[in-house]
Design a protein around this ligand. Sequence first.
Ligand code: FE2
Length: 198
Amino acid sequence: MLFRQLMDRESCTYTYVLADEDTRDAVIIDPVLDMVDRDVALLREWGLTLTYAINTHVHADHITGTGLLKKILPEVKSILGAVGNTESIADVKVTEDDTISFGKHRLRPLSTPGHTAGCHSFVLDDGAFVFTGDTVLIRGCGRTDFQEGSPETLYNSVHKKIFSLPDSCVIYPAHDYRGRMSSTVAEEKTHNPRLTKT
Ligand code: FE2
């Protein structure tokens, strides 16, 4: 698989590009409006066809690049999770029964509300990676005091959905403010100060 983690310094947001090296089908997770030119350049350099632009949730700290990506690359379809996003617009709203495929790879949506009611995580290839958005951050989690946030709901989402993934599953969050790029389920189960309590 082709994989790249990209950063917007302004909002400390991570954007991810994943692609099948044979079919050249690609997906992007959490694109940032101001960084779309960078992302399109990378897709073109790698000779990729972007099929889906996925947002883990509707962000408060930056504007998604999805709309602009769709203008530049009209074949792109936008994806949001189906749960909790009735007010938001996307070409496809995915449930946990759906699979997002690109070449031989697939992403499975998990409804993980708590930071917002519409937050979803996306699991790659049966637990190799999980893109957690703001549900699990490295040694932290997204704030729960606005956008229909709920600490109880977030705690349950993490313990039921994210912490039941394989310990080796690599966690890729939507943000980090201290230069950390990834973690694992085992690491966060052990060391996350907010999510290791009862
Ligand atoms: Fe957020």
